[in-house]
Design a protein around this ligand. Sequence first.
Ligand SMILES: Nc1ncnc2c1ncn2[C@@H]1O[C@H](COP(=O)(O)OP(=O)(O)OP(=O)(O)O)[C@@H](O)[C@H]1O
Ligand SMILES: [Mg+2]
Length: 436
Amino acid sequence: MKNEEKEHLYKQTQKRYLWLRFKNGCMSLKNSKLKRLTLLVFGIIVLLIWIFNKDRFRLDQMQMVSPAFITLSKLIFPVALISGELFIIILFGTPCGCKSVTDNFRRIGLTNSAGETPELVAKYKDKKQLEATVLEFDSVGIPPKEWEDKQQRIEAVLNVHIVKIREGKDKRTIRLYTVPASSGLSDKNEWRDSYLIKDSSTLVLGRSLLGIVTVDLAKIPHILLGGSTGSGKTVLLKTLLMQAIRKGAVVAIADFKGGVDFPLVWHKKCRICFDEDRLIELLTELVEELERRKVLFREQGCPNLDEYNKRTGAQLPRQIFACDEVAEVLDKTGLSKEQKDKVSLIESRLSVIARQGRAFGIHLILATQRPDANILSGQIRNNIDCRICGRADNVLSQIILDSTAAAEQIAKDMAGRFLLHDGTLFQAYLINENSL
Ligand SMILES: Nc1ncnc2c1ncn2[C@@H]1O[C@H](COP(=O)(O)OP(=O)(O)OP(=O)(O)O)[C@@H](O)[C@H]1O
Ligand SMILES: [Mg+2]
């Protein structure tokens, strides 16, 4: 791009920013009495100066002064009044520190192909999560993906933690939800019963910099948990199951890791199976229950479990099937024909639940170190929208989240630290399973 073209674009962008700041300034006047008062006081001062100095500016009484100059002199005060008020409004609409943000972005190369950097157009506290300061930028055409790729550099240069990056109301705006760099995630969060959410479907995953992170099974019905060994999958799985049990859900667990992870206390509260035959039975029962609910809901014209329970007064519970290290069940390498058929049957039952379970309150929570295509078929994977990745390398992070973000954001020695599919980084809670 030629220099003149760049210059032309730069001027256009600057004009747009000026307009944006004016708009923001007007908006801020609506919400702030002090700002309105400032504007009023400025107007009164200019008027007073004009009234008391009127005579000094009577150029029409002087000789040798051209008539055009006399007319201009009469306009000095109205022009000063209007331009002063405009200047103050634009100042109100200009977030403090926007120049240094622009300079910092230039330093890290966050620019578009015309060399323009995103402009900070607003800075405010998030209404829902008061810990967060939202920085709103005009993105000058830089897509969200590039912001995500450069997240660490942006954090370093602005000296903040970025908790999430979102597109604004239009495609031109990017919002960074930030907290001060000094605030960090704790390495250990003990679970407290007061954290339990009252409804039947929302489970608490852990704590992010903005507070508690949850997943609502009524909206995102199934969960896939991945991460390298020791990343904290089993602990998180148990925290979720414990909450589901407290909410009255029926929980079934497939434990193919020798029964060490789920001590006796779990056997009293859940159905646990250790072999393929029992697992096939269990999944077949779940699919039958799904079909039974389908008929019941159809008869009542209810679209989902909560609606059915509300309308009929029935207390149909949510049913959760959890499998820790699902690869132990679904990996077909080295199996006989008969064993492969069993695995295929298990896969097909899981697919039915993954596809249809949401409305009927039947959910899957699957954990595994590496949920690649050999282990989890597309049919199952594509219907699991809640993806959570713990400590991982680039490839593993890519398999679970379709990005390398977990590898970049979770240190190699962290346990219980996870990244959610929407980019939320959180520390899972530790439960005391004896109080189950
Ligand atoms: N939320 C957490 N907070 C702090 N430490 C944790 C947390 N979760 C797990 N840990 C620590 O990490 C250890 C391993 O956790 P866990 O057994 O859940 O890992 P895993 O991912 O299931 O490993 P594997 O794949 O080998 O089964 C725990 O014994 C605990 O010390
Ligand atoms: Mg485990």
